[in-house]
Design a binder for this molecule. Structure first.
Ligand code: FES
Length: 369
């Protein structure tokens, strides 16, 4: 047994060498602590809203026709209270909440340096689910709208600033010009070596044609009615090593470019498309709607969302590519084959699924619909 005796610890002296049990010290301590608590309280800050949660009330202040066939309009949106808008970079998009409750995503195509307004452009698509028709028909000057974002799923990396490429080649198809246009402006302003192919059905259908042509011979305009459908060689003229390719347009075009770039060493490809990706390695299965007992067959090459929309046309959706989360649904039973990259582990554990991309790991899913 040790011979050491334990000694009750004494409270340490304060900074002035006084015993802490001293009455004056206790009063001063009390005042100092109260002041500290008050200062902490009045200076407290709310945690900043996540970009995903940030909802901004805006108002339409300008509508412009951007294509000769009048199927593309652009809207200029400013804050309802006149305040400055959150910053964004080329490639960013907004989630636009439409008066019907639909949510649709539109690329920002204006000037990132303008903190007073956002510009988006929308092509009228008669059989596209109603979002573009609502924008064209219901969003007039003075209409209030709410947006979320901006978010950027298609960031532009300048050569020399995170990209090892020495030059940039842009490829835009039709309304796919919207995220590309701010990139082109930035590349041009900063003296980057760049070229571009802009493709469309005809000159009448191509939005922002005047502005794009103002960049001169860096740009090649190709239209199907004059030149025929473009192949990889026509879309990637002169593209060699040390080039970043930024591409936005229809699925067929982005696929042609992806296939070609795969065999081009030293070429980096960044692309965004406006249509759902094709189903890869899908198998057929059945979906049951828990609340009605209806059964829907999902073919191997179709998404759950596509088939559910046939019986529930008002089911919410937006991107159809598995990143906006709008089509999220709770699965009551069945094994999910998750094919998105945005749901958290907790959401997956709770049985959430994105109907536009994810599938069944088996032959039957029961959805809480
Ligand atoms: S519609 Fe956007 S994640 Fe499904």
């Amino acid at each position: 047994m040790s011979g050491t005796r334990s000694v009750p610890s004494e409270p340490p002296l304060d900074l002035y060498g006084k015993d802490r049990s001293d009455r004056t010290t206790r009063v001063l301590d009390f005042i100092a602590e109260s002041r500290l608590r008050w200062t902490t309280f009045v200076n407290r800050k709310e945690p900043p809203a996540r970009v995903d949660d940030r909802r901004l009330p805006l108002v339409v202040v300008e509508r412009r026709v951007e294509a000769h066939d009048t199927d593309v309009i652009s809207l200029l949106l400013t804050a309802a209270d006149g305040r400055k808008l959150p910053q964004w970079r080329p490639g960013a998009h907004l989630d636009l909440e439409l008066p019907s409750g639909r949510v649709r995503q539109y690329s920002l195509c204006g000037d990132p340096a303008d903190r007073n307004a956002y510009r988006v452009a929308v092509r009228r698509i008669p059989d596209g689910g109603g979002g573009s028709l609502e924008v064209h028909d219901a969003l007039k000057i003075g209409t209030p709208v709410t947006v979320r974002g901006p978010r950027n799923a298609f960031p532009f990396v300048l050569p020399g600033y995170g990209s090892s490429a020495a030059r940039v080649h842009f490829v835009a198809g039709g309304i796919g010009i919207t995220p590309i246009l701010p990139m082109v402006r930035m590349a041009h302003r900063l003296g980057v070596d760049w070229t571009m192919v802009y493709a469309g059905r005809s000159r009448d259908t191509i939005p922002f044609l005047g502005e794009v042509e103002s960049f001169g011979d860096r740009v090649t305009i190709r239209t199907d009615d004059e030149h025929g459908l473009p192949d990889a060689r026509a879309l990637l003229p002169g593209v060699g090593t040390d080039t970043s390719v930024y591409c936005c347009g229809p699925v067929v075009m982005t696929q042609v470019i992806a296939d070609a770039v795969r065999d081009m060493p030293g070429v980096e490809l960044y692309s965004e498309r406006f249509s759902p990706p094709p189903v890869v390695d899908g198998t057929a299965f059945r979906v049951e709607l828990a609340r009605t007992g209806e059964t829907i067959e999902i073919p191997a090459d179709k998404s759950v969302l596509e088939e559910v929309l046939k019986v529930r046309p008002d089911s919410p959706y937006s991107c159809r590519q598995g990143f906006c989360r709008t089509c999220r649904v709770r699965v009551v039973s069945g094994a999910i084959d998750h094919r998105d990259t945005v749901l958290t582990a907790a959401e997956r554990d709770a049985g959430d699924m994105l109907m536009c991309v994810s599938r069944c790991d088996g032959d039957r899913l029961v959805l809480d619909l």
